[in-house]
Design a binder for this molecule. Structure first.
Ligand SMILES: N[C@@H](CCC(=O)N[C@@H](CS)C(=O)NCC(=O)O)C(=O)O
Length: 124
């Protein structure tokens, strides 16, 4: 698998899960301004939405959106207990939290992790 990531971005969450589960993967760094990878690849051809994280599977399919990526990874190793079983009520609780973090918290906190000054980010 290939994880397209940017430093100080939410792609850290799937990065942590990949390491926690000891899954084999390659990290591809994306410049979020130019939308190019470190080797010059057009990131928009990977994820037309232009956001990290994007996870490219070994069959070439690309998964985006952190809640989906995190659950996909956890389900690769159900014995890890990282996510409750699909179909269980506990799994729906996990989805409830992942969606809350992703839709209500993440957007508002992003500027705090931006390497530029908050004022520059807010102006954009
Ligand atoms: N809904 C997406 C949001 C992903 C997202 O906002 N990624 C940010 C980094 S934390 C990004 O790539 N931003 C690029 C940009 O704003 O151009 C998810 O949950 O994965």
């Amino acid at each position: 698998m290939k994880l397209y990531y940017a430093p100080q971005a939410c792609s850290l969450a799937p990065h942590i899960v990949l390491r926690e589960l000891k899954l084999p993967f390659v990290l591809i760094r994306v410049d979020n301004r130019s939308k190019r990878t470190a080797s010059g690849e057009d990131f928009l051809a990977i994820n037309p939405k232009g956001y990290v994280a994007a996870l490219q599977l070994d069959n070439g399919a690309v998964l985006t959106e952190s809640p989906a990526i995190l659950q996909y990874l956890a389900d690769l190793q159900p014995q890890s207990g990282l996510a409750p079983a699909p179909g269980s009520f506990e799994r729906v609780r996990l989805q409830e939290w992942l969606n809350f973090v992703s839709s209500e918290i993440h957007g508002g906190l992003g500027a705090l992790f931006d390497e530029r000054l908050p004022a520059e980010v807010i102006k954009e």
